[in-house]
Design a protein. Sequence first.
Length: 250
Amino acid sequence: MHGKTHFIATAALALWLSVAPTADAAELRVAVAANFTAAMQTLAERFQQLSGHRLRVSYGSTGKLYAQILQGAPFDVFLAADQRRPRLLQQQGLASGRFTYATGRLVLWSARQAGATSPGEHTLTEARFHKLALANPKTAPYGAAAVSVMRKLGVERRLRDKRVTGESVAQAYQFVASGNADLGFVALAQVALDDSGSYWLIPQALYPPIHQDAVVLKRGDAKPAATEFLAYLRSRAARDVIARYGYGTD
């Protein structure tokens, strides 16, 4: 939150949402980075209950969603997994209202229970596994972060033949969950509330911070509901949900 004025504005929005008539309900199309799927499902349900607006959400890699927006996809709001693409959209006059709604954390995840099989730095350096899943580093910020980790640990070249690349971090997760990969670089948010496996919370020093920005797109400029949704993301209630899924919110 940024100052008393912003707090008052957010509180006013929350009060308005609690009494807003559904007669002015709108439909918003929201493009959301795949890592934020679980948190977004909770946030969307709560926002819809509060406001009466309907959200139609599309999930995918940030790079793919960005390309779709440039090609004219009819999205009103974009929740990216990086800052670069929202900034580029803003510079091109295609977006406004950019702010950081979450800071992601990267983990190395195994579908096996914790214990002797629990992953750690040694898991990557010893490389005794068969397949390692990660998101496409060209289009997915969490994939780029995974490559940074491997480079910092000096194992990128050695692990190249073991890599299984998914289109998004959600697909990287599925590779591990289905048994098609032994381990995977995924978002903490995907496993923070799931005790079915074990993970290593990768030290922040091994990859650049994953600051995730949101923007209202040009198509959403004429929709007050788009601004309302971004204001809701800044609210304490939304930030508490986001933090519960393992994201930083400062």
